[in-house]
Design a protein around this ligand. Structure first.
Ligand code: NAP
Length: 239
């Protein structure tokens, strides 16, 4: 049903990193609200929770996407092209956190973190540009650890992660400046400390609560919000 052009136009959202955690919950909640959802993840055949959502749902399309791979991004483009998809909302959620001890850094893990959390989202949004609607919203899942003002405080072994989220935040600002004069919107949003595989069991927010807070905030975004770094409620966070 996605992109067949014969039915009432629904808002289309594309979510990255939808196999689990916050991405999976975005898919669940947007699908429940009647959005057309393109749920992407690295290995759909292993994403049992995601494919479980397909039962009885006609508005979810699952497609493979590794944001760190140009080949994978190109393959997704081909699918979107064939289906003549227009994306109203991009939830750029895929991310990794590799714990490393202070001054025990490792070039490979830094590279992998930057590839996934910053370079990948940049290459993806560039490649999806022709599919974004004129008033598309591009939402980057960032983190308080990416705040320069706060010095990335809050996690002692997350330096590469914090650095990658600073870069991601600059991507948001650059996109917002590119979108200036149009109706497109780019924001960075911090979901809070969320009980997922990444956030761990000690986190203060359940994934359902984090996402149900972010969805109305994203819905309410207007052009004047473009380029902002916000929390789930829409309050500004310091860069
Ligand atoms: N949880 C928190 O407390 C918290 C706080 C601040 C910000 N965030 C941000 O929120 C986002 C989601 O986090 P989460 O807590 O849901 O993490 P999570 O439970 O670890 O899930 C991460 C998701 O990203 C996917 N992913 C990783 N590398 C990928 C790649 N190269 N291409 C495509 N997908 C990839 C994973 O897929 P696989 O199944 O293939 O590994 C998984 O679906 C991240 O950007 C994270 O930095 C989370």
């Amino acid at each position: 049903m996605l992109g067949n052009g014969n039915q009432t136009k629904m808002t289309t959202v594309l979510v990255t990193g939808a196999s689990r955690g916050i991405g999976l919950e975005f898919v669940r909640q947007y699908a429940r609200s009647g959005y057309s959802v393109i749920a992407t993840c690295r290995t759909p055949e292993k994403a049992n929770q995601l494919t479980g959502l397909l039962k009885g749902a006609v508005n979810i399309l699952v497609e493979p996407l590794d944001v760190a791979s140009d080949k994978s991004i190109q393959a997704l483009n081909q699918v979107l092209n064939e289906r003549a998809v227009t994306i109203d909302l991009l939830i750029s959620n895929a991310g990794i956190l590799i714990n490393e001890r202070f001054l025990d850094w490792n070039r490979d893990s830094f590279r992998e973190t930057l590839e996934t959390n910053a370079v990948g989202p940049a290459m993806l949004v560039q490649s999806l540009n022709p599919f974004l609607s004129q008033s598309a919203k591009v939402v980057q899942l960032s983190s308080r650890l990416g705040s320069l003002d706060w010095g990335g405080k809050g996690m002692s072994d997350g330096d590469s992660y914090a650095i990658s989220k600073v870069a991601l935040n600059m991507l948001t600002v650059r996109l917002a400046s590119i979108y200036e004069g149009s109706k497109r919107i780019a924001v960075s949003i911090s979901p809070g400390w969320v009980a997922t595989e990444m956030g761990g069991p000690g986190a203060t927010l359940a994934v359902e609560d984090s996402v149900s807070k972010m969805i109305p905030t994203i819905e309410a975004l207007t052009v004047s919000d473009s380029g902002r770094f916000i929390d789930g409620k829409g309050d500004s966070l310091p860069w």
